[in-house]
Design a protein around this ligand. Structure first.
Ligand code: 3HC
Length: 287
């Protein structure tokens, strides 16, 4: 399949990443079918898309009006509504069994024989997901960075059976979205989270051991390494549940050096997931 052949993109999951992916696809002129399991998740996702588009519009960074772009996104709770998509990008919960079950169902639903199936997973195996699809050679990882509308980098992950054509398609498609693709092969955490998640986890260990306050850890790392965010504020942006799932995968697959900090586990158990729930390492409820 060629990028020019793509008219409709199916996006699974209207959470932080799924909504961002739907937004950038719609901004690039694609029709989008955005599916989540409950209406309230779709409403929240569409609200976030609108807010982000309004930010761009206020700065004169949109070539079309907000409503035209919003009009390209069709929200639905029915997986069957993805029957006519050319490309599916999955951004649902980071659970291998749930993802595989969803792709199994899509095998029966998506009509186009040469449709491309992609996953935005942050750490899970592209090869394993591909194995349950009808054409593993048409499966690829397209891993966006948060916040999707702003971040240029996208990781393109080649599964064991991903074809050269599918890899090329993913590279060209993400360029069409205005992104800069970086290619790697399937391996736990790919490039991005293999390196980023231990950095975040280590920041949490440093806090847990009382080496410094959270503010000093973040301010320090911003100053010492010139990154826009320190590890704890970045964990709040990404979502602590996502960080924990990622570091647990790395721990399971690559060994003890990736052991999750107990404080991270406890914060997830307490529902302190970061910006999306209003509280994580910092409090966002007053802002
Ligand atoms: N939509 C539209 N515009 C947005 C936006 C959104 N969702 N979020 C931020 N912006 C805009 C702001 O309006 C602002 O625009 P301006 O410069 O024209 O005024 C600009 O982006 C910068 O935002 P802020 O002034 O609020 O704050 P910062 O300068 O700190 O930038 C940031 C915010 C872009 C998030 C920056 O802090 C950053 O790059 N942080 C690091 C992000 C990062 O590392 N992401 C990767 C995480 S890893 C990942 O996602 C992988 C996954 O698998 C876990």
């Amino acid at each position: 399949m060629k990028v020019e052949d793509v008219k409709v993109v199916g996006v699974l999951g209207a959470g932080t990443m799924g909504a961002g992916i739907a937004q950038v696809c719609a901004m690039a002129g694609f029709e989008v079918v955005l599916r989540d399991i409950e209406d309230r998740f779709l409403e929240r996702g569409l609200n976030n898309i609108r807010k982000s588009l309004e930010k761009f519009a206020a700065k004169g960074k949109l070539s079309e009006d907000v409503e035209t772009i919003m009009g390209r996104i069709k929200p639905t709770t029915k997986l069957e509504d993805l029957a006519d998509v050319d490309l599916v990008i999955e951004a649902i919960i980071e659970n291998m069994e749930v993802k595989k079950e969803t792709f199994r169902q899509l095998n029966e639903i998506v009509k186009r024989e040469d449709a491309i199936f992609a996953s935005n997973t942050s750490t899970l195996s592209i090869t394993e997901m591909a194995a349950v699809t009808r054409k593993p050679e048409n499966f690829v990882g397209i891993h966006f960075m948060n916040p999707v509308p702003v971040m240029k980098g996208v990781e393109i992950v080649r599964g064991l059976l991903t074809s050269d054509e599918t890899l090329e398609f993913a590279v060209e498609f993400t360029k069409k979205l205005g992104k800069e693709p970086v290619v790697c092969r399937d391996s736990p955490g790919f490039i991005s989270n293999r390196i980023l998640m231990p950095w975040i986890n280590e920041g949490i260990w440093v806090l847990y051991e009382g080496v410094a306050t959270k503010e000093e850890i973040d301010r320090g790392m911003r100053l010492f390494t010139n990154v826009p965010m320190g590890p704890l504020e970045l964990a709040d942006l990404i979502g602590l549940d996502i960080c924990l799932a990622a570091i647990e995968t790395l721990h399971r697959e690559l060994g003890d050096k990736y052991r999750p900090c107990p404080l991270l586990k406890q914060m997830v158990q307490a529902g302190l997931l970061g910006r999306k729930t209003g509280r994580g390492f910092y409090d966002y409820t007053q802002k």
